[in-house]
Design a protein around this ligand. Structure first.
Ligand SMILES: Cc1cc2nc3c(=O)[nH]c(=O)nc-3n(C[C@H](O)[C@H](O)[C@H](O)COP(=O)(O)OP(=O)(O)OC[C@H]3O[C@@H](n4cnc5c(N)ncnc54)[C@H](O)[C@@H]3O)c2cc1C
Ligand SMILES: NC(=O)c1ccc[n+]([C@@H]2O[C@H](COP(=O)([O-])OP(=O)(O)OC[C@H]3O[C@@H](n4cnc5c(N)ncnc54)[C@H](O)[C@@H]3O)[C@@H](O)[C@H]2O)c1
Length: 446
C-alpha cells in the first residue's frame, strides 16, 4: 500500500466533479480525480446529451408529419441509424472520454482510473494506493439504474438508459417500466421512429413529481400518438422467451421485443467507505448549503438528493469549489428549474400547487391554455400546452410555475427568473410581453 499526498481528492467525475477538478487545480491546489468509468459521468454518454439527440431527431420526424397539415405532402421514412451515428460520432466519440480526461490533466490535476473508497478522514483508496488529502475529499459518485424487484426481471436482457442510448436501431416494440422523465422521453422519441411503445407506471399518474395537469397533458398527447399509457398498475412478472418479453400486470400480458427499465435511480453510497468516516447515508447523502457532509468531506450531484439534474450538479460544483477554497458563499438557490423534454416540453420551477398548500401558503393559481394564445393559434398542430402559476398571495410572488407546450422549456426561463428573484406579481402584471410569442401567454396566466 503506497500513501500519496495531495490537497483534494474528487471521487467520481460526473458533470459537477468534472468541472470541479480543473477549477481547483487552476486555483493552485494539487488535485486527484478518481473515475471508475468515463470522465463526465452519465450525462454526456448515456443521459442528457444522447437522449436529447434522439429527441431532436424524433421531433424532426414529428414536425415533418405536421407539415402535412400546414405545408403540403411530405414523405417520412424514419431511420434510426442517423441518430445512432450522431451519438457515436458527435456526442460520445464511441464512448471514449480521452478529450475530457485530457482537459483534467491539462489543468494540472492527476486522473486516477479506478474505483475510489474512503479509508478514514481525508483518505481515499484506489487499488493499492491511498491518497491522503490535506484539505479533504469531494464525493460525486452519482447514481445507477434502480431495478425494481419484479419477479423474473433480473434474469432477462432488459435495457436501461445505457443500452437504449447505445442502440443502433429502433426496436419494433418496447415496454417501458416507469413513467418518469427517462421513461417518457424515450417512449415518445422511439414511438416517433415507429416503435410500438407501452408505458407501465406503478404510481397513480405518469410524471408524478410535476403538476397533475402536466401528467394529464403528457398522457393525452401520448395516447393520441398511439403510445399505451397504463398508470396505477402493478407488474406481476417479466419473462423473456429468447426472443420476446412477456410482462404480466393484473391478468394482462404485454409483449414486446425490448423492455426499458426506467423506474428511478439509486445513489452510489453503499460501497464508497462512508462507514470509515462515521457517516450513515440513507437514500441520499445529507449535506449543508456549502455541500459539506462532515469536516473535510463534501458531496455534490444526484447523490445529495437536491434535484437529479446536470444543472444542479454544476451549481453545487461551483459551491463546493468555493467551500474548499474557503471563499464566501451566497445563499443556496433552491428554485430548481427543470424540463422534461417530451413534446410538448414540460418546464417547471419552484414548488407545485400541492406542495405550496402543504406548506400552508395562501395559494392563488393563475393559468392559461397555450393552444388558445395567439402564438399557439398560429402554431397549429402540436400546440398543446398550458402555463400554471402558483402564487403566494400574501407575499405577492410566484413560488412555482409550469410552462408546458412547444418550447415550454425555453418559455420557462422568464418564470424561472420570476421565482428566483421573487419579482413582485404587480411588476409582472405591469410588463409588456412581445406579441405573438409563447411567453406572452404568461400575461394571460397572470
Ligand atoms: C437518460 C437520462 C437523461 C437525462 N437527461 C437529463 C437532462 O436532459 N437534463 C438534466 O439536467 N439531467 C438529465 N439527466 C440527469 C443527469 O444525467 C444527472 O443529473 C447528471 O449526470 C449528474 O449526475 P452526477 O454528477 O451526480 O453523477 P453521474 O453522472 O452519475 O456520474 C458519477 C460518476 O462517478 C463515477 N463513480 C461512481 N462511483 C465511483 C467510485 N467509487 N470511484 C470512482 N468513480 C466513481 C461514475 O463512473 C460516474 O462517472 C438524465 C439522466 C438520464 C439517465
Ligand atoms: N429532462 C431531464 O432533465 C431529465 C431526463 C431524464 C432523467 N432526468 C433525471 O433523472 C432522474 C431519474 O429519472 P427516472 O425517470 O429514471 O426516475 P423517476 O424517479 O423520475 O421516475 C421513475 C418512475 O418509475 C416508477 N416506478 C418505480 N417502480 C416501478 C415499477 N416496479 N413498475 C412500474 N413503475 C415503477 C415510479 O413510480 C416513477 O414514476 C429524474 O428524477 C430526473 O431528475 C432528468
Amino acid at each position: 500500500m503506497t500513501e500519496i499526498s495531495c490537497d483534494v481528492v474528487v471521487v467520481g467525475t460526473g458533470p459537477g466533479g468534472e468541472a470541479l477538478v480543473p477549477r481547483l487545480a487552476k486555483a493552485g491546489l494539487d488535485v486527484v480525480a478518481v473515475e471508475a468509468e468515463l470522465v463526465g459521468g452519465e450525462c454526456p454518454y448515456w443521459g442528457c446529451i444522447p437522449s436529447k439527440m434522439v429527441i431532436r431527431a424524433a421531433n424532426a420526424l414529428a414536425e415533418a408529419r405536421r407539415a402535412e397539415q400546414l405545408a403540403g405532402s411530405v414523405s417520412v421514412a424514419p431511420d434510426f441509424s442517423f441518430v445512432a451515428k450522431r451519438i457515436r460520432e458527435e456526442a460520445t466519440a464511441n464512448w471514449d472520454d480521452t478529450v475530457a480526461a485530457d482537459r483534467i490533466t491539462a489543468a494540472g490535476a492527476r486522473l486516477v482510473r479506478g474505483r475510489g473508497r474512503l479509508d478514514g478522514e481525508r483518505r481515499v483508496t484506489v487499488g493499492d494506493d491511498t491518497y491522503v488529502a490535506s484539505k479533504g475529499v469531494v464525493l460525486n459518485t452519482g447514481t445507477t439504474t434502480f431495478v425494481p424487484p419484479i419477479d423474473g426481471l433480473a434474469g432477462t436482457p432488459f435495457w436501461t438508459n445505457r443500452e437504449i442510448l447505445e442502440a443502433e436501431e429502433a426496436p419494433a416494440s418496447l415496454i417501458v417500466i416507469g413513467g418518469g422523465a427517462v421513461g417518457l422521453e424515450m417512449a415518445q422519441a422511439f414511438a416517433r421512429f415507429g416503435t410500438a411503445v407501452t408505458v407501465l407506471e406503478v404510481g397513480p399518474r405518469v410524471l408524478a413529481v410535476e403538476e397533475p395537469e402536466s401528467s394529464e397533458l403528457v398522457a393525452s398527447v401520448f395516447e393520441a400518438e398511439g403510445i399505451g399509457i397504463h398508470a396505477g398498475i402493478t407488474i406481476d412478472g417479466v419473462a423473456h422467451d429468447g426472443e420476446v418479453f412477456h410482462v404480466t400486470s393484473g391478468g394482462v400480458t404485454y409483449e414486446a421485443e425490448r423492455v426499458l427499465v426506467a423506474a428511478g435511480r439509486r445513489s452510489r453510497v453503499d460501497d464508497i467507505g462512508l462507514d470509515t468516516v462515521g457517516v450513515e447515508a440513507g437514500r441520499f447523502l445529507t449535506v449543508d448549503d456549502s455541500m459539506q457532509v462532515t469536516d473535510g468531506l463534501w458531496a455534490i450531484g444526484d447523490m445529495v438528493g437536491r434535484g437529479a439534474f446536470t444543472h444542479v450538479s454544476m451549481y453545487q460544483s461551483a459551491r463546493a469549489a468555493k467551500a474548499v477554497l474557503g471563499e464566501d458563499l451566497p445563499e443556496y438557490d433552491d428554485s430548481l428549474p427543470r424540463v422534461t423534454f417530451t413534446d410538448p416540453e414540460i418546464g417547471a420551477v419552484g414548488i407545485t400547487e400541492a406542495q405550496a398548500r402543504e406548506r400552508g401558503i395562501n395559494v392563488r393559481i393563475g393559468s392559461t391554455d397555450v393552444a388558445a394564445s395567439s402564438r399557439g393559434f398560429v402554431h397549429g398542430p402540436g400546440n398543446q400546452g398550458f402555463i400554471k402559476l402558483v402564487i403566494d398571495d400574501d407575499r405577492g410572488v410566484i413560488v412555482g410555475a409550469t410552462s408546458a407546450g412547444p418550447y415550454g422549456g425555453e418559455t420557462l426561463s422568464a418564470l424561472a427568473f420570476a421565482v428566483r428573484a421573487e419579482i413582485p406579481v404587480a411588476t409582472l402584471v405591469n410588463t409588456v410581453y412581445a406579441y405573438p410569442t409563447f411567453w406572452r401567454a404568461i400575461e394571460s396566466a397572470l
